[in-house]
Design a protein around this ligand. Structure first.
Ligand code: GCO
Ligand code: MN
Ligand code: MN
Length: 389
């Protein structure tokens, strides 16, 4: 039985972005409420809390206007901190949204010079990530979208995006970086509309790339919930397609602005099924892309980080309890039984098989009589989640 102190350990592969615990509480209506946390301090504190690693955008570590010497000194110090605290950098990404140059997009800017600059910035950032040991490279196109559809042709935007990703796949291969690319969708914010707004749209786009085998997805809980989607289903599809290369865990109060709340603070049942799914069929990092409430000070930030990992481990323990619950398991075998001894299920196509199915006598009234005790099953799940079972 899992110990009930829910102590995070590196083997759980919990990671945080430097930008997540480093979030200063700024929002569109108000300024920062907390001081800057230096990356080295973040590495130290997260290691103390039991995390496995940290992830970063290029400019979370190296300021956009740093000289080569400044960059190298910063990277050297950061690598030392990682080694001192036994922390990894499994994922890296590029900030293609903060600087005004990206005000109308990076890879999908109407201006080819901006697209080229975005490509240059990404290659340099891939170099940085590789130097830190990252093997997953995330693409979140926060500015890849539009408010004014008259201004940009979304078909062109898709072509430009594809051209950039194809180029960067070749760059990764040529440099021997061994990156897996993970595309992250979001329907809007900061743009009025962002292209490729859902993980499902990303999966369709990936199939059109030159190296689809190198490219998967990085779904984020809140981003799919902003579109009103069931995150558990989204991730299940990505896993089934062999495309879950990374995941951004957080929480969200329904379809509205992106809230990046502490994992497990809101959508308990959906995230329970998510954790159960991840534990069954995903072994990559469990990355928290969330931030503490604006009202917290630094101590609250560490409470937030500990809370994300704690909630994950609680839900993992609930999944174990669900799997070991005799009544639940017997309900599941009753619900899922097919009495499949007479040519059910469908099987592969053959003309004979098609003819046989078409001519079969099937009693739909009888089929409709099957008992489906979903109320009982769901209540047992709720009892487990509420801790009364
Ligand atoms: C968001 C996004 C970002 C990206 C991150 C990686 O909350 O809008 O999730 O946090 O994941 O910037 O590029
Ligand atoms: Mn988000
Ligand atoms: Mn994210």
């Amino acid at each position: 039985m899992t110990s009930k102190n829910y102590q995070p350990k590196p083997e759980h592969k919990f990671t945080f972005g430097l930008w997540t615990v480093g979030n200063r509480g700024r929002d569109p209506f108000g300024d920062a409420t907390r001081p800057t946390l230096p990356p080295i301090k973040i590495v130290k504190e997260l290691s103390r809390l039991g995390a496995y690693g940290v992830n970063l955008h290029d400019n979370d570590l190296v300021p956009i206007d740093a000289t080569r010497q400044e960059r190298d000194a910063t990277v050297r110090e950061f690598k030392k901190a990682l080694a001192d605290h036994g922390m990894k950098v499994p994922m890296a990404t590029t900030n293609l949204f903060y600087d005004p140059v990206f005000k109308d997009g990076a890879f999908t800017s109407n201006d080819p010079r901006v697209r080229l600059y975005a490509l240059q910035k990404t290659m340099r950032s891939m170099d940085l990530g590789a130097e830190l040991g990252a093997h997953i490279y995330v693409f979140w196109g926060g500015r890849e979208g539009a408010e004014v559809d008259a201004a940009k042709d979304p078909r062109e935007a898709l072509k430009w995006n594809r051209e950039a990703l194809n180029f960067l796949c070749e760059y990764s291969i040529d440099q021997g970086y061994d990156y897996k690319f993970a595309l992250e969708a979001k329907p809007n914010e900061p743009r009025g509309d962002i292209y490729l707004p859902t993980t499902g749209a990303m999966l369709g786009f990936i199939a059109t790339l030159d190296h689809p085998e190198m490219v998967g997805v990085n779904p984020e809980v809140g981003h799919e919930q902003m579109s009103g989607l069931n995150f558990y289903h989204v991730v299940a599809q990505a896993i089934e397609a062999g495309k879950l290369f990374h995941i951004d865990l957080n929480d969200q109060k329904g379809p509205r602005f992106d809230q990046d709340l502490r994992f497990g603070s809101e959508s308990i049942k959906n995230l329970f099924f998510l954790v159960k799914l991840l534990e069954e069929s995903y072994d990559g990092p469990r990355h928290f892309d969330a931030h503490s409430y604006r009202s917290e000070d630094e101590a609250g930030v560490w409470d937030f980080a500990a809370g994300c990992m704690r909630n994950y481990l609680i839900l993992k323990d609930k999944a174990r309890q669900f799997n070991e619950d005799a009544e639940i398991q017997s309900l599941l075998s009753e619900i899922r039984s097919t009495e499949a001894d007479d040519g059910v299920p469908i099987g592969c196509y053959s003309r004979e098989r098609a003819d046989e199915i078409k001519s079969r006598s099937m009693d739909r009234t009888e089929l409709a009589k099957k008992q489906l005790p979903y109320e009982r099953l769901d209540q047992l799940t709720v009892d487990i989640l509420l801790g009364v079972r």
